[in-house]
Design a protein around this ligand. Sequence first.
Ligand code: MLT
Length: 275
Amino acid sequence: MRSDFRHGDRVVSYLDAAGPGPSAPGQTVVLLHAFPVAAETWRPQLEAVPAGWRFIAPDLRGFGQSEVGDPAAPASMEGYARDVVGLLDHLCLDRVVVGGLSMGGYVAFALQRLAPERLAGLVLADTRAEADDETARANRDRMAETLAQGGLVPAVESMVAHLLGPTSLRSRPDVVRRVRELVLAQPLGAIYRALRSMKSRPDSTSLLAGITCPTLVVVGAEDLITKVEIARDMHARIPGAELAVIEEAGHLSNLEQPVAFNAALAAFLMRVACR
Ligand code: MLT
């Protein structure tokens, strides 16, 4: 089900799905999407919500059906995290499990900084705690310039080739088509805002040792953007964290291998529920 609410000057849109049976308090997962796509990428998880759980996937500011608002407003990961807190308040949700994939993971770190008391668990998928280095920042500027000159169409194939692993590119034309469609559907205003936000995000490495909620680190074995070693290192730094490596998946591991991703997520949520 898609719903929305007004947050400040903007509409925030989100997808909301419940598993079989009544969902227990604290058994909600908020799923935060990657760049440059939208909440729709969580469709395989929203269609397989475990019993007793509720999954909510917002379109981050400007993406999907969420409005971008004032283009001159400061762009930061903290801004996205404030929108997520606004969503939790709107839905009267005190504590939730937050699952972020790639850029969504950067927002999850911003939430860990902003409102750690709202986190009942963390899923960090295909993401990294480190800030951008100089090369990454320069690449963000280059991408913004290229998009300003030619729009998304000339850039989309290279974006898709980075987001998906070789197995999906070779043998999952449905996934390739879907990701291409989702990238092409995103407004440039949202993309520029996200590039500025990612470029200026603080390093979150020092947060890792202080994470006290149950945490699952997930990574696609074929992820070209956030390699498995990065996930292993992050996993080693978070006390008690679990690690799931998803075979034959690239950066969008939840979309590329939903069965394996959902199994890892469901097993983790069962442990969160039993605490
Ligand atoms: C993403 O998938 O969200 C991006 O690859 C993250 C990034 O560019 O750092």
